[in-house]
Design a protein around this ligand. Structure first.
Ligand SMILES: [Zn+2]
Ligand SMILES: [Zn+2]
Length: 284
């Protein structure tokens, strides 16, 4: 596994690379724009140039994006849904302009319509977005969730239904978040539990569609359906969980990205990266 962290784009998207490199990231995840706003301007030519200068300089194994938090593609027909579709289209354009391979996206919240209808809305929204961005190579990696409130994605079956529903499934991928799996009721703290998740994912959508792992411990108990992250080994999942995950040979060439609490000096990221790397078996 290649380790890294979600990194801030404060001061410009190109700054995320510098920050990530300064704490020893091999991979980074970033927001392509302010994650709490619907829309933004496109990047200037100067910003794009600086971005590619930095990507050449720092040579990350992978840089990918996470979509903004306002987007809800499962929403009923309303203003939120319209904005979600346009916002996602814009984020794909932004990601394309800096050659990101994929954007991580939560499947959304059905807001009382029921899960089946919510999944249908998500599928339809993705069909609209993929059609309008059909020349883009940016994929959408659906992330499993804790299942807080009416959020979809706390069952791997939800992700499978989205894969089978969309017209162009080649634009889709998957991101697994360790804390979300645990909070959703998948006990991955023992090797067999992790094995069951990987097997289920492989049976439903194919392991080759797994493009990223979010490495987070959980502040909330098993099956809580409440999404709170904590530092590696500092939550309810514990170090033992991460031991078998970081040593899973099927994930050797995948990004494992922290989304854990941190202060402005990024000391916690440095510490968590050190812990993760210490768990990797040293083979001679
Ligand atoms: Zn996420
Ligand atoms: Zn995550």
């Amino acid at each position: 596994m290649k380790f890294g962290a979600h990194t801030s784009i404060a001061g410009g998207v190109f700054n995320a690379l510098k920050r990530g490199a300064s704490i020893g990231c091999e991979v980074i995840q970033l927001f392509v724009k302010n994650n709490m706003q619907w829309f933004s301007r496109r990047y200037s030519r100067a910003e794009i140039n600086k971005y590619f200068e930095n990507s050449k300089k720092y040579k990350f194994f992978s840089i990918f994006g996470h979509t903004g938090y306002l987007i809800n593609i499962a929403a009923p027909d309303c203003d939120t849904r319209e904005k979600s579709i346009r916002s996602l289209q814009l984020e794909i354009e932004l990601a394309d302009s800096i050659s990101l391979p994929f954007l991580v996206l939560h499947p959304g919240a059905h807001l009382g319509q029921g899960e089946e209808k919510g999944i249908q809305q998500a599928v339809n929204a993705l069909n609209v977005v993929f059609k309008s961005t059909k020349n883009s190579r940016v994929k959408i990696a659906i992330e499993c969730t804790a299942g807080q409130g009416t959020c979809l994605g706390y069952k791997l079956e939800h992700i499978a239904e989205i894969f089978f529903g969309v017209d162009d499934a080649k634009r889709l991928a998957v991101c697994l978040d360790t804390a979300h799996l645990f909070q959703a009721g998948y006990d991955i703290t023992a090797p067999q539990g992790w094995e069951n998740v990987i097997k289920k994912l492989d049976d439903h959508v194919g392991i080759n569609n797994l493009l990223a792992i979010h490495l987070n411990d959980s502040k909330t108990p098993f099956g809580s359906r409440v999404d709170r992250h904590s530092g590696i080994g500092k939550g309810k999942m514990g170090l033992k969980t991460f031991k078998h995950i970081v040593n899973d040979p099927r994930l050797n060439e995948l990004p494992g990205c922290l989304e854990t609490p941190k202060s402005p000096d990024l000391q916690e990221d440095i510490e968590n990266l050190k812990i993760l790397r210490s768990l990797v078996d040293k083979r001679t």
